[in-house]
Design a protein around this ligand. Structure first.
Ligand SMILES: *Cc1c(COP(=O)(O)O)cnc(C)c1O
Length: 377
């Protein structure tokens, strides 16, 4: 068996090449590379798929988080509660907004924000909470939302890994005040470059983000942005037309791709039954996950990863160093902060290859390799 990558973007492009090439060709022919019609069209279609009133395309998931925080009026002196078990961008965006990230621990089964930690983390400066729907599984939103409403906090979903995931039957993206998506190429819905979106039911937040992404340009009476009138100091964080056109072509496939990921996950779950040293992903009763990653945990993580590598199987660790242990963020917070479940997870988690096109044969090869490793142990 040839090498099995963690994610295979080539095989997906091969399957939808005519649609993608046509979408790219149409943008090239129109030469409307900035603010072309595909952007509004994609925004409308993506908002609908999330059950949100508005989607605003931006340049990346990081930009989505940054501009969403600003649109919620979070700024200097404010604190935002989030997790340390996430990609750096979650906390980076808080710092870009001149606020301070305050880390709480995760639920060791779901790897998402444990609402039990909120009461200890809140201070008079707390303005918002960013739960991360990590690996494609929604966080415990009811508990988070009820805490937030009790204290008047904004809830900003980091849905960068959860396009199409559902929480109690409702898609992520309109569960809190605002949600942030990344279309980084390897995400469940991926562009062919950097791209992101903010979704919300709040017209004020949508308008603020739409202005901020485009240099703070004001909205003219014709519904277009004024070219040289700036009501806010904004950013150059627009979604470009080519990426919007590519995302439009891919969006109709998202559900089937997510279903294929769930199918691959069930195959892994079945195949790892009886391997006592491995903990397979837990699915909360409220969650319909989309398996951005399939993450197992085991005390022999590093040795298992080495062994799989020798068998030509790539693995990943999402993420090996929690943010409160990173040089960039450690100095911002309380040095004594204890996040035992976060640290334990970082030492034991391993992401197996996961993408919609992962074949039965590849899965069997991976499962056989895992079982062989533990048989030898
Ligand atoms: C990918 C990701 C981001 C950042 O998105 P970019 O598009 O790479 O800027 C933020 N948060 C999480 C949880 C992510 O996985």
């Amino acid at each position: 068996m040839t090498h099995i990558p963690l994610v295979d973007l080539k095989v997906q492009y091969a399957a939808i090449r005519p649609e993608i090439d046509a979408a790219i060709g149409a943008v090239l022919d129109s030469a409307e590379f900035i603010n072309g019609p595909a952007i509004r069209q994609f925004e409308d279609e993506f908002a609908k798929s999330c059950g949100a009133k508005y989607a605003v395309g931006v340049a990346s998931g990081t930009a989505a988080l940054h501009l969403a925080l600003l649109a919620c009026n979070i700024g200097p002196g404010d604190e935002v509660i989030t997790v340390a078990h996430t990609f750096a961008a979650t906390a980076e965006a808080i710092v870009h907004a001149h606020a301070t990230p305050v880390f709480v621990d995760i639920d060791p089964r779901t790897y998402t924000l444990n609402p039990d930690g909120l009461a200890r983390a809140i201070t008079p400066r707390t303005k918002g909470i960013i739960p991360v729907h990590l690996y494609g599984q929604p966080a415990d939103m009811n508990a988070i939302l009820s805490f937030a409403s009790q204290y008047g906090l904004a809830v900003i979903e980091d849905a960068a890994q959860s396009h199409g995931a559902r929480y109690r039957g409702q898609p992520v993206g309109a569960l809190g005040q605002v949600a942030c998506f990344s279309f980084y190429p390897g995400k469940n819905l991926g562009a062919y470059g950097d791209a992101g979106a903010v979704t919300t039911n709040d017209p004020l937040i949508a308008e603020r983000v739409a202005s901020l992404r485009d240099h703070g340009r004001s909205l003219g009476p014709d519904g277009r942005r004024a070219k040289y009138e700036h009501t806010a100091v904004g950013y150059g964080e627009r979604l470009d037309t080519l990426q919007a056109a590519i995302l439009r072509a891919k969006l109709p496939h998202l559900q089937a791709w997510n279903e294929a990921r769930r199918h691959a996950a069930r195959r892994y779950d079945q195949g790892l039954k009886g391997v006592d040293a491995v903990v397979t992903p837990w699915v909360s009763p409220w969650a319909e996950p989309v398996y951005h990653q399939y993450v197992i945990r085991t005390a022999q993580r590093d040795a298992l990863a080495e062994s799989l590598k020798r068998d030509g199987i790539a693995t990943g660790i999402h993420y090996p160093i929690p943010l409160h242990r990173q040089g960039a963020f450690a100095k911002l917070g309380d040095p004594a902060v204890a996040l035992p479940e976060t640290e334990k997870a970082a030492a034991e988690i391993l992401s197996l290859p996961m993408y919609p096109e992962l074949s039965e044969l590849q899965a069997q090869h991976i499962l056989a390799s895992v079982r062989r490793f533990f048989d030898r142990e």
